[in-house]
Design a protein around this ligand. Structure first.
Ligand code: URA
Length: 238
């Protein structure tokens, strides 16, 4: 891999600034100053940029407890995105795996691994996404049956069967719902279809990946090796 791309991928600077720095002698590889931005970095080489070691990682994986108010996008000219919440040195190719609405909280995986994202999001892979919600209105066993049967949401879309669990039923109800798709506003539309409204929504899990409840809204951490292996186990090793 080219030296300027290697460094840019690791988030230490923009490609154009890095080219200048490389020409200016700020990079040492295996003990030798390298001034060519197109230099092919050998596998396993020790790369120092401004004296700091930079190790190459092909893929990175973060678990974010998404707060309400951030949008699930990589960039936005006006609004704060979930990527803006990662305040460490970060690479440029990160994206959120699927979308949570602006007002939804909870588990969001952020990565640059497009293959894993595809596998987790494809309805054909049947990866469970579990949400906790507070609902305006009394959620009943009849609703549970309707969710199980597969609700029509919108003119031409019938949701796959979903498992609805009532945690508390009253003027405001609390539920857990498990779905395997991720259509726009899906949970809200499913409740709307049974005449009720979601007033609070939080994602708790995606496949084997559970929200780390010690993360406050807006906080994040890297996935552990076990968490990553669990997610990949859904669709086999690469
Ligand atoms: N369903 C919704 O309605 N909103 C979300 O953010 C996620 C699932």
């Amino acid at each position: 891999m080219r030296l300027d791309k290697f460094l840019a991928d690791m988030g230490v600077g923009s490609r154009s600034d890095l080219k200048k720095d490389i020409r200016g002698g700020k990079v040492v590889i295996d003990g030798k100053m390298i001034k060519d931005p197109g230099f092919a970095v050998p596998e396993g080489a020790q790369v120092l940029y401004k004296g700091q070691k930079v190790a190459y990682e092909e893929f990175v994986y973060y678990m974010l407890n998404k707060p309400a108010g951030a949008i699930s996008a990589s960039e936005d000219p006006k609004q704060k995105t979930v990527i803006d919440l990662l305040d460490e040195r970060k690479r440029k190719d990160l994206f959120p795996v699927g979308r949570l609405d602006k007002d939804t909280e909870g588990l969001l995986l952020i990565t640059n691994d497009g293959e894993l994202a595809h596998q987790l999001l494809s309805p054909k892979k049947h990866v469970d996404k579990v949400y906790y919600a507070r609902i305006e209105g009394r959620v009943t066993e009849e609703d549970v049956e309707k969710f199980r049967a597969g609700l029509q949401i919108g003119e031409d879309f019938t949701a796959m069967p979903a498992q609805l669990e009532i945690l508390a039923s009253g003027d405001t109800s609390e539920i857990k719902v498990t779905i395997q798709e991720g259509k726009f506003h899906q949970v809200k539309r499913m409740f709307h279809a049974v005449g009720k409204e979601v007033v609070y929504l939080k994602r708790l899990s995606m496949g084997t990946l559970l929200l780390d409840e010690s993360l406050a809204p807006g906080a994040y951490r890297r996935l552990t090796d076990e968490e990553l292996a669990g997610l990949k186990g859904h669709w086999g090793d690469r």
